[in-house]
Design a protein around this ligand. Sequence first.
Ligand SMILES: [Zn+2]
Ligand SMILES: [Zn+2]
Length: 119
Amino acid sequence: MRMWGVNPALLCDKHLLGEHVEMHMFVGALKKGISTRGYEETGLVALPKIRARHDALAREMKRRGMNHRSPLPRIAGRRRGGWIDEAANLRELKRRCPECRKRIRRHEGRGRVVSERRA
Ligand SMILES: [Zn+2]
Ligand SMILES: [Zn+2]
């Protein structure tokens, strides 16, 4: 499970859907009291950003005409912990996924801001 945290428009369909499912999996783990510490400590998730990230991914899915019928369950209390490195994640996606690479290059070519803006 991994929160990429990059601009959702830069993700290929597979990575968009994958990250979305994984946000549900993180919340599922938290609800069941399963530790996510291994992910937090290795820069794979930032717990306070899960909800906003889920919603951003769901918006991008809808924009691409995909179904989203899975509101994120509530979790008790605010969760702290974890971190992600969005710039490193962008490089990683570019390296490992040809489809993401195409999208990222297209974006860079247009001189757009690549990193996601945070509210
Ligand atoms: Zn969802
Ligand atoms: Zn991809």
